[in-house]
Design a protein around this ligand. Sequence first.
Ligand SMILES: Cc1cc2nc3c(=O)[nH]c(=O)nc-3n(C[C@H](O)[C@H](O)[C@H](O)COP(=O)(O)OP(=O)(O)OC[C@H]3O[C@@H](n4cnc5c(N)ncnc54)[C@H](O)[C@@H]3O)c2cc1C
Length: 407
Amino acid sequence: MAVPRIVRRLGVSRPTVTACLVRFERVGVAGLLDRPRPGRPRKLTPALEGRIALVASARPRDLGVPRADWSLSRLREYLLRTGMLPALSLESLRTALRRGGLSLKAARTGMARKGTTTMIPAAFEYHTPTSIGEAAALLAKLGDDAKVLAGGQSLIPMMKLRLATPRHLIDISRISGLAYIRESGGVLAIGALARESDLEESDVIRARYPILLDASKVIADPLVRNLATVCGNLAHGDPANDHPAAMLALGAELVAAGSKGERRIPAASFFTGPFSTALKPGEILTEIRIPTPPPRSGGAYVKLERKVGDFATAAVAVQVTVGANGTCERVGIGLTNVGPTPIKAKKAEGFLQGKRPDEAAIKQAAVLAAEESQPTSDLRGPVEYKRDLVRVLTARALVKALERAGK
Ligand SMILES: Cc1cc2nc3c(=O)[nH]c(=O)nc-3n(C[C@H](O)[C@H](O)[C@H](O)COP(=O)(O)OP(=O)(O)OC[C@H]3O[C@@H](n4cnc5c(N)ncnc54)[C@H](O)[C@@H]3O)c2cc1C
């Protein structure tokens, strides 16, 4: 995640975020905790015991400790080296472990506390509802303390970094009947538990929604795609995620279910800010509904990434329908990672509407899309570069989509 986005999301200053990232890079999770001032050995307070328990509960390899033979003196060395404790005798450390019911021997296998699996995220209660109704009721009851867990490919990394610390996780992955991709009645419906890999394997997607296949194939790697859900990709609200722009281009509608019933939200009004969506507290995204494209339609998603599996430097989604007279009957254009939300390039769409998509029109639409982008400078490049990238990628995506529409 880019630094400006973390700054916006957490509302803390850029130097604070940079300092935390540097500390995390250097010493892992320990770097994110408050650092005690150097000085005399302190009495074992509950806070200090908490820190010791955090480290002792982690597996050595998660802490970047090369050898698995965790010992009391190695643990002490780690605590001192990372600045988590200023000074500590082995005896105090032993006492802290005893009080916390922790065993270093067990920690080697990830079981520091007898009968519990150890983890780096903050502790949470895990719920496994078996129906959407049950999940919605739990969400309504637990309020802001609860989060939906689907594939876990965005939420779990955020929890490991403690950027998210939900006290309750409501895992919807055991709810049966939600992993569908089906086309009927003029609508393609994608259920809450359809994974990215399901899109890749779907015949209907391959034959009629190549824009979705293009997008899935460039998301992360197969391991992530086997777990990550398409609905989670939208619900996460990350403007760097790939499916939101495709849904904007396709004119999708999103179905949200809560304890008070169901409602439909157009994709165009779903993404409300960085990592924010129109989902209300207590609502679950249960289905994506995409109008079946008429004949002479085609779509494409074109992404530039620094290396395979990376988030986009910029990407563009295009879905077009060409009329019998050769003019554009419908045009949808979505932009990825060049603004605080995924962007619907309305001016470019409006410009092409009713026009013959010749070279000059494509060129002008691409310029308009670039003007509509709102990139910020970051490690992936400066503003001017990203804006021009949007121009180039829009032209490429339009050409590809039109080619497909002609087939
Ligand atoms: C190494 C790596 C690389 C990645 N690269 C890319 C990439 O290139 N492009 C890309 O687009 N993404 C990428 N991702 C992100 C990831 O693919 C998506 O964000 C993922 O699809 C999220 O889906 P999930 O099911 O895993 O959601 P989770 O991680 O389970 O949840 C994410 C968020 O959405 C909420 N949520 C999930 N499902 C629902 C629902 N049905 N209703 C309401 N809220 C819900 C959760 O509460 C949480 O806030 C990458 C992830 C990793 C780990």
